[in-house]
Design a binder for this molecule. Sequence first.
Ligand code: KG4
Ligand code: ZN
Length: 337
Amino acid sequence: MILSIESSCDDSSLALTEIKSKKLIWHKKISQEQEHSKFGGVVPELASRLHAVALPKLLEEIKEYLDTLKAIAVTTNPGLSVTLNEGVIMAKGVATFRGISIIPVNHLKAHIYSLFINKNTFFPLLVLLISGGHTMIIKAKNITDMEILATSLDDSIGEAFDKVAKMLGLGYPGGPIVEEKAKKGDEERFNFPIPLRNSPLLAFSLSGLKNAVRVEIEKLGGKENLTQEDICDICASFQKAVTIHLLQKTKKILKKEPIKDIALVGGVSANLYIREKLEQVLKTFNKRLLTPSLEFCSDNAAMVGRYGIDAFEKKIFVDPKNLKVFPTKKLKIGEKL
Ligand code: KG4
Ligand code: ZN
């Protein structure tokens, strides 16, 4: 069995995955959304303190499995260093005490492996990774060869959803709330600018669009004066603009890339509007869409464990003495994850 630990942001999560069958045996996460909601976003120090309480609680629940562990997979980067550290401290403690190996896990690779939970591994893939921390297109050939083809110049898509929700006073995390409101809205009412529409750049940018939403809210008299109809129309028009932006840049890559299987992963991949629009485009390119089950789109330890299974086979281990967290750095086009 592999024990996996995820604490890169505001979800404390542990999972157990069986090495031979690749089956997810146990998985649980304790979300901190409510605690951060009143601040309109994640407060790193608070997140770290909450992990320090939640992770041992989860470990206690699976103590009868500790004898069966062969390795521990733990998220080491990218993420908030103070929260990553909580998972790493636990991994070091358990691994040293039990004399087992540690598998360091890149969080973005783990999101890609969310596709394979209770399934076989499947490459090559062209991956659209859209989360709270990242917006990327990745060419994934195998566990160690994952190349960045496009990335965001500023905010990520998830961050933009969260900021729009905050401007509208809708709470955190904003993505699911904005999607719900958008269902009742008129996406044609506001003509928000599509980012980098006439630019040949293979990149994403969300800050201009976010600003356009801010200006529109001000024109309507500020968030206090918005009607429910205004809010739903803003959410729908914003979601539409984000989706057109994502699809425009994706199409540029689809024209060049022969890979047949296109994956959508990361927290925002739970958005059914984006899934549906992407699927329509992929049909015209004769490509296939792969998505994780809704339960495993946002951060979780099950995906970390599933990566851990393949890493275990390849003996991708790190000595506990050398286990470190890597705070988020700006990843560039052409770099490998
Ligand atoms: O992958 P994730 O759990 O954390 C990071 O690695 O960043 O992604 C969280 C992000 C948040 O910004 C959240 O608002 C967004 O995913 N999200 C959504 C939806 N569900 C979660 N965005 C749009 N529509 C959704 N249904
Ligand atoms: Zn994530």
